[in-house]
Design a protein. Sequence first.
Length: 193
Amino acid sequence: ILVLRPEPNVVAKYVHFFMLRHAFVNDMQANTMGVNLPRVPTKYVLSYPFPLPPLAEQQRIVARIDALFSEIDAGVAEVETALQRLKTYRQAVLHYFLSNDTWERVKLGEVCELITKGSSPKWQGFEYVSDDNQTLFVTSENIRENFIDVTQPKYLNSDFNNIQKRSILKYGDVLLNIVGASIGRAAIYNIHT
């Protein structure tokens, strides 16, 4: 940690806000030295160009940023509240349409075929590959609430399908997480491969 103590004519929060800017962070990251433990040279930081308005102007800027950040935080809180209400509403809709006491009750296993319980490819001697022409491997990390997130896809050599044929997903399969922090998340496999 590099500790900087502002001079009396410099507002610490003004310096802090300056350092939060993406341009500053990007410049720091682009000017590191060392291989195993990259670091920004102290000389580079101390010689970094810094806009210095008069003290009163710094105070005015800090006050304005604080006020705008407070508005942003309030907006974020409102969005989070709205999202929670939408989750509650979604559950109410599901309960209303799927909780008819007069319907016949059967076991889930009677209306769905268990295709597989996933297992680690490493147990079968496979490592992930970066070739997106190979087999997309969906893990519990990919299963979100009501969708499959493949923004960070994992691939396996297509030979994996010869060993784990029951693991081959088909369009319309329902995926359910049964382990870890994401227990209960479900999604339909809707990726055309």
